[in-house]
Design a protein around this ligand. Structure first.
Ligand code: HEC
Ligand code: HEC
Ligand code: HEC
Length: 194
């Protein structure tokens, strides 16, 4: 009988521990010696800058490696060197591509500016994407397989769980219209009506 009483408690303690672990991960980075990439016995581990020290100063994010990189660059919190060789031409483009999707999911806005701040055109053109809107068939399936946008997103750029960061355009570019007879006080997502 004790087993029967113990189990829910064990489960509860486990869930609590898990919540705590996830909570305490926010705003914290794994030390190099424990990141599973660096050799903990190497002397370099004591010399190299720890991620916590470098990254905690940048605009925070709640996903990926916890830095909102586009904002960190825009606010010049970081100033990466644009090129190694003086003769390299730096190409940038400020053009948004809107990709509408079938069904209820909001359309995708692909911003060239934010990408060409980091990447040269050849990273995408004409290999991954053709230089013509709609010419490449892009699907969520391919992306989740690590192709197309998924070559980088979920690997080196923000993860695919952040759906709305890509699907950021409401259908037909219109805000959802609330009919006049709907009482918004009664339609709040959480908590009792006042
Ligand atoms: C991170 C990937 C990426 C990078 C880097 C990139 N593009 Fe694109 N580009 C795209 C995607 C995605 C599309 C839309 C493709 C589609 O709809 O099939 C596109 C479309 C285009 C188009 C067609 C626009 C239109 O109106 O039809 C042009 C032109 C273009 N890109 C030029 C460039 C240039 C010039 C650069 C470098 C300065 C560049 N792109 C860098 C991903 C990229
Ligand atoms: C070659 C790599 C690469 C590819 C391919 C790529 N991205 Fe990105 N993307 C990045 C990087 C790097 C950033 C900046 C870092 C970050 O935000 O995590 C970024 C940022 C973004 C942002 C954030 C802009 C902001 O203002 O915060 C959006 C939206 C985005 N990408 C959408 C897409 C979509 C949609 C596709 C596919 C059509 C795509 N990306 C393909 C590398 C890529
Ligand atoms: C990195 C950007 C990005 C992220 C993050 C992302 N999507 Fe997509 N999604 C796309 C692009 C690009 C397309 C293809 C648009 C087109 O049809 O040209 C797409 C297409 C879709 C479609 C249309 C059907 C299909 O299979 O192509 C659905 C549904 C969808 N996404 C759901 C999601 C959901 C749910 C999430 C979060 C779990 C998500 N997406 C996250 C970029 C993204």
């Amino acid at each position: 009988m004790t087993r029967g009483r113990l189990r829910p408690r064990v489960v509860f303690a486990f869930v609590l521990a898990l919540c705590w672990a996830i909570q305490s991960m926010a705003g914290e980075w794994m030390p190099l010696a424990r990141d599973g990439i660096h050799d903990p016995k190497s002397r370099a581990v004591k010399i190299l800058q720890q991620p916590q020290e470098a990254l905690s100063r940048l605009t925070p994010d709640n996903a990926g490696n916890q830095v909102r990189w586009v904002q960190a660059l825009d606010k010049t919190e970081i100033r990466p060197r644009e090129k190694l060789f003086a003769k390299t031409e730096v190409r940038k483009l400020d053009r948004d591509i809107i990709l509408d999707v079938k069904g209820g999911m909001p359309a995708v806005r692909f911003p060239h500016r934010q990408h060409t701040e980091w990447l040269d055109c050849v990273n995408c053109h004409d290999g991954v994407f053709k230089m013509q809107t709609g010419a490449t068939k892009i699907t969520m399936f391919n992306i989740l397989q690590g192709e197309q946008c998924g070559i980088c997103h979920g690997a080196v750029a923000f993860p695919l769980t952040e759906c709305m960061r890509c699907h950021s355009i409401a259908k037909g570019d219109k805000q959802p219209v609330i009919p006049p007879d709907v009482n918004m006080q009664m339609h709040r997502s959480r908590g009792p009506a006042p």
